[in-house]
Design a binder for this molecule. Sequence first.
Ligand SMILES: C[S@@+](CC[C@H](N)C(=O)[O-])C[C@H]1O[C@@H](n2cnc3c(N)ncnc32)[C@H](O)[C@@H]1O
Length: 287
Amino acid sequence: MTQSESPFLAAIRESNRQGRDAWSRFAGHRERVTRILAGLDRDRSSLCILGAGNLNDVSLGRLLALYGEVHIVDVDLDAVRSGLARQGLAGSKAVHVHGPLDLTGILGRLPPKAGDGREEQGAANALLAVLASHRCAVPNRPCGVTVSAGALTQLIQSVVASALGPLEAVRVILGLRDKHLADLVHLTRPGGVAVLITDVVSTTTAPQLLAAAPTGLGEQMAELVAARNFFTGTNPYRIAALLEQDDRFRDLVRDVRLLGPWLWRVTADRQHLACAIVPSRAAAQPS
Ligand SMILES: C[S@@+](CC[C@H](N)C(=O)[O-])C[C@H]1O[C@@H](n2cnc3c(N)ncnc32)[C@H](O)[C@@H]1O
């Protein structure tokens, strides 16, 4: 960690360093994500990848054959550079890297944990006010397709690691989830498609997933969510309902599909159940 680097940024960079060798481990997950993005048959002029990091979850060469240009956004550009180099795309004219960009908008405001573990009380309201109004600005936006590439749980992790007490942390996590959905939708052109790839639950708390047939994973996900066994802020049914029904999204989103779930081998000894939530942006109204 450099002197000026926040503990949250240091943790993100360390996590990316540990995931740098995950290319082979991510093969199944990468195939699922790449196929979803390659199968969207709408506006393919540009693709924006939020939380691209090590780029272990997309075969960029395949996507560049379909999309005119790719915009990559992350707070850790070292990870992005090494990911691009691995895929032989360092210096590609069709790939535009933006950042370092904090997708939470609050990384610099989160209270870091003190040595004595004391919780910070009363910080949530100010953080929620920022989350409600802050929009991530990406040059060349909006894109035809915008994907959040497994970033949501990492954004949430910074809140979990902060000094906020558990009740305030949950409020901020839900505010951050809604802000990320709003960014995803607003960074997508009318008539385009947004894709939220997120992990939902770990085999650490749901070991039964390891014995499930791939065709049974949808049922397992429904049961686990009903039993409240999922990462806070990632309930895929709640996210789909928000996008379809909430005032902030209803007029911007046309229909929402839920794809998957599948198992993502996150570490050597842990898999996460992951899925894609795919809202289409409503076409622009003729004026
Ligand atoms: C678990 S990784 C997702 C997998 C990644 N797409 C890959 O293939 O390696 C989460 C990504 O979110 C990024 N991230 C975490 N917090 C962020 C923040 N506040 N702003 C922007 N990106 C963030 C990390 O740098 C990392 O690249």
